[in-house]
Design a protein around this ligand. Sequence first.
Ligand SMILES: NC(=O)c1ccc[n+]([C@@H]2O[C@H](COP(=O)([O-])OP(=O)(O)OC[C@H]3O[C@@H](n4cnc5c(N)ncnc54)[C@H](O)[C@@H]3O)[C@@H](O)[C@H]2O)c1
Ligand SMILES: O=C(O)C(=O)C[C@@H](O)[C@H](O)[C@H](O)COP(=O)(O)O
Ligand SMILES: [Zn+2]
Length: 354
Amino acid sequence: MVIHSSSNSYKIILGEQIRFALSDFLSKDYSSVFVITDEKVAALYLADIIGNFSSKKVYESIIPHGEQSKSIESFYKLQTEAITNGLDRNSLIIALGGGVVGDLAGFIAATFMRGIDYIQIPTTILAHDSSVGGKVAINHELGKNLIGSFYPPVAVIYDIDTLKSLGEREVRSGYAEIVKEALIADESMFNTLLMTNICSVSNEQLQEHLAYGINVKANIVEADEKESGIRKYLNLGHTLAHALESELGYGALTHGEAVAIGLLFSLHVSEDVFQHPLPFQELYTWLSDNGYPTSLHAWNVDSLISKMKSDKKTVNKKIQMVLLKEIGKPTTKEIDDLSMKAYLVSFIRKLVNQ
Ligand SMILES: NC(=O)c1ccc[n+]([C@@H]2O[C@H](COP(=O)([O-])OP(=O)(O)OC[C@H]3O[C@@H](n4cnc5c(N)ncnc54)[C@H](O)[C@@H]3O)[C@@H](O)[C@H]2O)c1
Ligand SMILES: O=C(O)C(=O)C[C@@H](O)[C@H](O)[C@H](O)COP(=O)(O)O
Ligand SMILES: [Zn+2]
């Protein structure tokens, strides 16, 4: 599949063992290569990637795994390494890992010498979403992804063999974004997913779900790369999810776990706003059957609302949520603070009473 963005067109290649054949997908002769990965992924796949570049200068940097690495400190450290390694404008950065590595390494590529090429080599299910579309960013203590850019990669090389080493928590996290894509795009896939036990999913099913998710995402980002309109729909569930991630401390919930709760919340609000029943209960049951954390601890509602205001969809301090008129019919809606407070309180009550 090829994605056409404002600055380039890039391929998304999905396959088995393709991490050993990177030169098949690179069209330029780079002066050097800088692989950025995390400690878990490095132990599993870094040698495979480096093996592709025997005749080139290859540098590597291994960051601690987890959301806390999407920080200004990691950003500065990696920029320093890029400079001291002598990277130039003809160097290539490789983001080898999940969404944390992808977002961080992509932002390094976007800003080093005002922008050099990078490729995404996603290694998590969740990264079917993060590696496509060119959103790159780091977190601020006050909010998720607040410092970043739109900067597409030159290729996405998705070796699905690497997904076999993922733990259950990461499988869950990735599936939350696939459920999101189904909710914004079509009911039949959503119903199929609700019949899937994600911890015993077959290879073929997983490939089908990944291809589906990438297709939904690719169509949206091609139509609205910089999020002036329909790209906002990919943010379904994220207004609350990002606030929770920041409020509870980055890494306390995985991004997908937070998105799962955020999706439930968007169904809760949508049902009230559009006075139309949505499958809140069905999604809740599926999430708990599949081991997502759905029982809540004390949330500070006022603090969450203030975090929700740093969402990138906010205009004039008014929160905009992505809601569903029906499955497959997303829209955006401004929610005032009083209503938001009431929705959060009733949502918490609903979850506690499950
Ligand atoms: N840019 C975007 O459009 C976009 C979209 C969705 C999410 N995101 C971002 O992505 C991040 C979450 O990504 P993630 O869930 O991939 O998290 P992650 O990158 O932290 O990876 C999750 C965990 O899995 C480990 N891991 C990665 N690949 C592995 C493998 N093949 N085998 C075993 N372990 C492996 C990692 O070391 C880490 O501990 C969040 O920061 C989120 O904001 C960005
Ligand atoms: O690609 C998009 O657009 C998305 O919203 C995808 C989300 O899954 C992803 O978490 C994204 O990073 C959120 O973007 P943000 O602009 O709200 O930071
Ligand atoms: Zn997301």
